[in-house]
Design a protein around this ligand. Structure first.
Ligand SMILES: [Mg+2]
Length: 314
């Protein structure tokens, strides 16, 4: 049983109540707390030593990453983060300087987005260091973007560039909060997610939730320099396109929008965010499944994933 299968088993058993608008299965929980125009967003996320960061990593960057991951999920709903609680589990022989530096990273990113750090919990860990962040935020009820809103014919977009994040970017990425809020105001955006597990895997979450399929254009997928450089240097475990599809930890936004708005959206984006790429990478389809079109034709990316892609039948 992998992580996603475990979540699928647990999700139907979770306690619920009428105030829960969206529970497990989207980037944040959406809760009706009785406000006229807004819903509450609620998210928790953890980073673990040797899983999400190495022991030698800059602790300020580890703190940054821990909060940035949760803020990225608030961005994926087009929400505005408000406040965070920090849970820190430390091994017996912890370094006070490490903890102080981690909090510097947390505080710096929190201040940048006007997020308060409202407290938390510190405990001992018999294993590695764990840093968990719970965030609350809010979103206007008519602007909240879910994974389930995708429609056949929608154009698919991604911000930034993908692949090779683990070569450094994963510790310093910026959650796309302003960008997501702008998108919710300026485009006919139907579904959105942030890219934590890789384009191919995260797009599947939109497809499953929306009951649609997708076709990606291989030549359009924006590949990060880190992934290209690794391939050039011969140090890459996979070709750059495959890295962009499957590496994960990109923390860019993936969304679908009405195709009729695609050109206007790209133009307006270029004016508002000239330093961040926005790329149309394909479309949502009535035909289920995930397909990749390249110069050889169209092939299927199946559930067992990129092995299928790595050994094309053609
Ligand atoms: Mg997410």
């Amino acid at each position: 049983v992998n992580e996603f299968q475990l979540i699928a088993q647990l999700a139907p058993t979770l306690a619920t109540a009428p105030h829960l608008i969206v529970g497990a299965g989207d980037d944040c929980a959406v809760i009706d707390v009785g406000l006229a125009a807004h819903w509450l967003l609620f998210k928790t996320d953890a980073v673990v030593e040797s899983v999400h960061f190495e022991a030698e990593a800059d602790p300020a960057q580890v703190g940054h990453k821990a909060l940035a991951r949760a803020l990225s999920d608030v961005a994926a709903m087009a929400g505005e983060p408000l406040s965070a609680l920090i849970t820190l589990a430390l091994p017996d022989r912890f370094s006070t300087a490490w903890v102080q530096a981690a909090y510097q990273g947390l505080n710096r990113l929190a201040r940048k987005h006007s997020v308060s750090i409202a407290g938390g919990e510190t405990t001992r860990s018999p294993g590695p260091t764990l840093l968990s962040v719970a965030v609350v935020g809010r979103v206007a009820k008519d602007r909240c973007l879910l994974r389930s809103g995708g429609q056949p014919g929608d154009a698919l977009f991604v911000t930034g560039e993908l692949g090779g994040s683990l070569q450094g970017r994963h510790l310093t990425f910026q959650p796309r909060l302003a960008e997501a809020q702008w998108l919710a105001r300026h485009g006919s955006i139907h579904a959105m997610i942030d890219l934590s597990d890789g384009l191919a895997g995260d797009l599947r979450h939109i497809l499953d939730a929306s009951g649609v399929g997708a076709e990606l254009r291989a030549a359009s997928i924006p590949i990060a320099r880190a992934a290209k450089n690794a391939a050039r240097a011969g140090s890459a475990a996979k070709p750059p396109l495959l890295a962009a599809l499957t590496d994960g930890e990109d923390f860019e936004l993936l969304f679908s929008a009405a195709a009729a708005d695609a050109v206007g959206l790209l133009d307006a984006w270029k004016n508002r965010f000239p330093n961040l790429r926005l790329t149309c990478i394909g479309k949502l389809t009535t035909q289920p499944g995930l397909r990749l079109r390249d110069h050889q034709g169209v092939r299927t990316l199946d559930r067992t994933g990129y092995a299928h892609f790595a050994k094309p039948s053609s």
